[in-house]
Design a protein around this ligand. Structure first.
Ligand code: NAP
Length: 469
């Protein structure tokens, strides 16, 4: 390997969620361990870093959120800079969308950085494609989760929580998160960093029951055991499962993974126990059900579920097949939690089927100097830690390429010139110091109430807090 220069290599990381931070840490470690001098500038279109750790992970999972301490450690390194309120995209498009704030283009980044790592995640929802999907009261989990977590894009959602029953579509951890958040006891909620607007709405909510519908059987459900197990620790909650769907002995199968066996033991345990009639809240799981139609006069009033049977395809995968039988459930709130989807980035290739950027082990296909990590690379799967291995793979190739490739032209004051350019282009820019001021403010407001933080959600408030005093 030949190193062409002793000057620092400048890498832009676009997106400040887990995959972006794992990539940044691996890049900076290359300096400590591998003898390459790498500087990382991380960009986010929001004022705040941490992506899904701040805005996706359920507020009642503070342990999962505590991974942000690792990201803080990376952010405090001298060779790292954070630039929030910087939107990478098409300036025309941003202007016509009415969104405020500064925008920079991919070409401008390519002029200034030796490499770009895209860590932008999956920013939108998978669609069900059924009639009534867009009726008021039918909400994508990406919006609902963003709303209760104080994502500025979703703060105004204002969902009506006046229906006694909510129906949740999907049998994954996001479905479980939204169903659980709707049923948490007030005292548990008040100890979290749930955005204040959502906290008030949850406390006043009329929802007493969540019905979680999986299109395949209990065996194929995508929940993880830890998340299922914690349901037993929630006060006033009874978990309801039809004994026919999770009969005794369902877990006695040598072909099952350990995780799958534990899940089935939990489900069959709940099924045998039966519902607790005195519990204030009820979470029911119903499998082999697909949404067919959402109905209502001006808002959701009921959902029609198709009853499925299972079939194994030639690829060995179990598929849900419609039996033609129907079941109608009364509800005013349908939460669609059937997975997230990536959004195409200007100038980069995009695979519409998977919602990801085509790549080879993180190197964007046909694009030198551009790389992907996280969900935009592999699709919306895995837990937070999965992103570490994923980012390491990409960074290994990126570092090998940096060492091989002639660096971009740059003046001696390149590092400062980039910052000056950004400040001029993005007047609302929030830097690391600005974010630390926001962070301290939020934590300070939370502390007297025993909450990790009270989140700021308003753009102007972020700007005000981040300005040097
Ligand atoms: P997911 O795990 O992929 O689950 C999506 C669910 O939606 C599956 O049950 C899927 O069923 C179902 N589905 C897809 N299309 C459907 C349709 N048209 N009709 C009915 N059902 C449909 O996705 P996720 O829940 O959004 O989670 C994303 C990732 O984040 C996962 O890896 C998850 O584990 C992770 N996560 C982790 C945590 C945690 O660790 N606490 C919390 C939240 C999320 P099929 O299986 O039949 O396709």
């Amino acid at each position: 390997m030949e190193n062409h220069t002793t000057r620092p290599h400048h890498v832009a990381v676009v997106g400040s969620g887990p995959s972006g931070f794992y990539a940044a840490a691996a890049l900076l470690d290359a300096g400590t361990c591998g003898g390459l001098d790498v500087r990382v500038d991380m960009f986010d279109r929001l004022a705040t870093p941490w992506g899904l750790v701040r805005l996706g992970v359920a507020p009642d999972h503070p342990k999962i959120k505590s991974v942000s301490a690792q990201y803080d450690k990376t952010a405090r390194r001298e060779e790292f800079r954070f630039f929030g309120h910087v939107h990478l995209g098409d300036p025309e498009e941003l202007r016509s969308s009415g969104e405020s704030g500064g925008v920079i283009t991919r070409d401008e980044l390519l002029e200034r950085y030796d490499a770009i790592v895209y860590a932008v995640g999956s920013q939108t929802e998978r669609r069900l494609g059924i009639p009534g999907e867009d009726l008021p009261g039918s909400i994508a989990s990406v919006d609902f989760v963003g709303w209760y977590n104080g994502h500025p894009d979703h703060a105004a959602l204002d969902p009506r929580l006046d229906s006694e029953r909510a129906v949740v579509i999907g049998a994954g951890n996001v479905a479980l998160d939204v169903a659980r958040m709707l049923l948490l006891p007030e005292a548990d909620l008040r100890a979290t960093d749930t955005a204040d607007h959502a906290l008030q709405a949850f406390v006043a909510s009329g929802v007493r029951e969540t019905l979680i519908c999986g299109r395949r059987s209990v065996r194929e459900a995508a929940f993880t055991t830890t998340e299922l197990r914690e349901l037993d620790d929630i006060a006033d909650l009874t978990v309801v499962v039809d004994p026919e769907q999770a009969p005794p002995g369902i877990a006695d199968d040598d072909t099952l993974t350990k995780g799958a066996r534990r899940n089935l033991e939990l489900f069959s345990g709940w099924a045998q126990k039966g519902p607790d009639p005195d519990a204030k809240h009820r979470m029911e799981f119903r499998f082999l059900r697909s949404p067919v139609e959402i109905r209502g006069d001006g808002r959701v009033e009921e959902i029609v579920l198709g009853i499925n049977r299972l079939e194994t395809g030639e690829d060995g995968r179990t598929r849900a097949v419609d039996t033609g039988e129907r079941e109608t459930v009364t509800t005013g709130l349908v939460l669609r939690a059937v997975g997230y989807r990536g959004v195409a980035l200007p100038g980069l290739p995009f695979d519409d089927d998977s919602g990801t950027v085509p790549h080879t082990e993180g190197r964007v296909d046909g694009h030198d100097r551009e790389y992907v990590v996280g969900w935009i690379k592999r699709g919306p799967t895995g837990i937070i830690g999965t992103n570490k291995k994923d980012a390491n793979e990409t960074v290994r190739h990126l570092l090998a390429d940096l060492a091989e490739r002639a660096p971009i032209e740059q003046a001696d004051d390149h590092h400062d010139a980039v910052e000056a350019w950004l400040r001029e282009r993005c007047p609302d820019l929030v830097d690391q110091e600005g974010w630390e001021a926001i962070d301290a403010h939020e934590r300070g407001r939370g502390e007297p109430h025993g909450r990790p933080r009270v989140k700021v959600v308003d753009r102007d408030h972020f700007i005000e807090l981040s300005r040097p005093r």
